[in-house]
Write a protein that binds this ligand. Structure first.
Ligand SMILES: Cc1cc2nc3c(=O)[nH]c(=O)nc-3n(C[C@H](O)[C@H](O)[C@H](O)COP(=O)(O)OP(=O)(O)OC[C@H]3O[C@@H](n4cnc5c(N)ncnc54)[C@H](O)[C@@H]3O)c2cc1C
Length: 429
């Protein structure tokens, strides 16, 4: 039924834009995560941004304060799962957005920190759960020679004359023990600080690294939860990089590392399914965090336009500036809508898919980049200085176009998936 109005009033608006009314619980969660993002993540993120990577990870660094304070918030995914599904999705999205609004790098660090625990809980292995509980985790997959190639699922993703490389790290799987040699890339988020890893790698089960079946030649793989204090494990120099400098990244080296076979969570035939499940589930976290980063940029630009005077008045008084802000806000709404929809699909669909999560990550980060770029431009010369926070958000968001899969590759894979769905009957009726 049409609700008639007597006057034109301003619309309902929440920190997360044109939102349908939040319940009391939702508002309370949003409020407490927002305060944490504002009072802890944002100032610490700025501080860490100016430190060297070595200083960021040193004992006593503000990074550890952020991690400890986050733990106190008690944002356990299992708590969120107690809400009805649609509400749980909205709560998870709001939490992720607030964290990304505070600091995108720290939001990513916090997100990935629980990856090994989440996997241990999913397989229901108490020994592994105990091993991961309260620890900083990482998700180790890419390697120097196996970047985009680390996550291929279909034959057409590798050229006909090529094959997926074994990569720089691999496992020899014995009856009771697994021996690991090699290294991960310097991009592994939390790689330089993690105490436990959810590790994906090629594996030899006694019959070589490759097998050939109706899907062509494929690399055998293994997924393990590895405590990172085992003999033979060492770290590279923490990575110095353009953006998300609050997120510690770095190589992890394995020299004849012996891991009990019971730490494996997916063997040979279960590898691809495990990777697909993990990526489908976790990949949507990036969408919420970078919606938050984009919102932070929009809010800064909106405030600046109400302070800066040019052309005889405030920037906001000029129609062209209103157009630019309007364009940023509609993109932000679009990014949030995609972020929420993909999160709902990842949490509620009976058949999720990594490329469904990945396409949303592409859309959200591309929109976030456009918003941050425009915000940067609105700040004029001030935007280019380190005195103003916009240049940091610009750098943080730029990295997200490559993080968790490079955007062109992910888009190409979506096209390949569309073709497979078409061949399977989709759109033909
Ligand atoms: C901030 C950040 C956080 C990250 N966190 C993690 C993490 O937690 N764990 C982890 O394991 N990794 C992580 N990564 C690594 C990330 O997943 C990879 O950087 C990404 O998948 C791309 O791999 P690459 O850097 O090796 O680039 P490459 O794969 O070498 O790609 C380089 C260029 O080549 C193009 N290209 C690649 N393959 C093809 C092809 N088949 N056809 C045509 N063009 C191609 C790409 O489009 C790209 O432009 C992170 C990266 C960043 C930036």
């Amino acid at each position: 039924m049409l609700r008639l109005k007597k006057n034109v009033e301003l619309p309902s608006i929440s920190p997360t834009g044109f939102e349908t009314p939040l319940s009391e619980e939702e508002r309370a969660i949003q409020g407490s995560v927002h305060r944490f993002a504002r009072d802890v993540l944002r100032p610490i993120g700025r501080e860490l941004d100016r430190m060297t990577p070595e200083e960021v990870i040193a004992p006593g660094s503000p990074y550890w304060v952020a991690m400890m304070e986050a733990a106190k918030l008690g944002l356990d995914p299992q708590l969120i799962a107690q809400f009805p599904p649609e509400m749980a999705v909205r709560i998870e999205s709001i939490i992720g957005e607030e964290l990304g609004w505070g600091d995108a790098g720290l939001a990513c660090s916090l997100g990935v920190a629980s990856a090994p625990l989440m996997m241990a809980q999913s397989v229901g292995n108490q020994e592994l759960i105990d091993m991961c509980m309260g620890k900083v985790g990482c998700w180790a997959s890419t390697q120097p020679d196996r970047g985009s190639d680390a996550v291929t699922f279909y034959r057409q993703e590798i050229l006909p004359h090529g094959k997926q490389p074994v990569g720089n790290i691999s496992a020899k799987v014995g009856a009771d023990e697994i021996v690991i040699n090699g290294q991960y890339s310097s991009w592994v988020s939390n790689g330089s600080v993690a105490q436990v890893a959810l590790a994906y790698m090629a594996a030899d089960y006694g019959d070589g690294f490759y097998r050939t079946d109706e899907n062509g030649t494929q690399t055998n793989g293994i997924v393990l939860i590895v405590p990172l204090d085992l003999p033979g494990i060492s770290r590279g120099k923490p990575l110095d990089k353009i953006g998300q400098r609050a997120l510690p990244q770095g190589e992890i080296f394995f020299d004849n590392v012996k891991v009990p076979k019971r730490f494996a969570v997916a063997l040979k035939d279960e590898f691809a399914g495990n990777l697909a499940a993990m990526w489908s589930h976790v990949g949507v976290g990036m969408c919420q965090a970078f919606t938050g980063a984009a919102r932070a940029a929009f809010e800064l630009a909106l405030a600046y336009c109400h302070e800066r005077k040019q052309g005889g008045g405030l920037l906001i008084e000029h129609q062209m500036t209103q157009l630019r802000l309007g364009d940023m806000l509609r993109r932000l709404e679009m990014a949030r809508a995609v972020a929420r929809r993909s999160l709902a699909f990842a949490r509620m669909s009976p058949q999720t898919h990594p490329y469904a999560s990945a396409q949303a990550k592409v859309s959200v980060t591309e929109e976030a980049m456009k918003i941050v770029h425009e915000a940067f431009q609105l700040f004029g010369g001030n935007g280019t200085t380190r005195e103003y926070p916009i240049e940091k958000i610009f750098r943080d968001v730029r990295s997200a176009l490559i993080e968790d899969g490079e955007n062109y590759i992910l888009t190409a894979r979506l096209g390949g998936l569309a073709s497979q769905l078409y061949q399977n009957g989709w759109t033909k009726e």
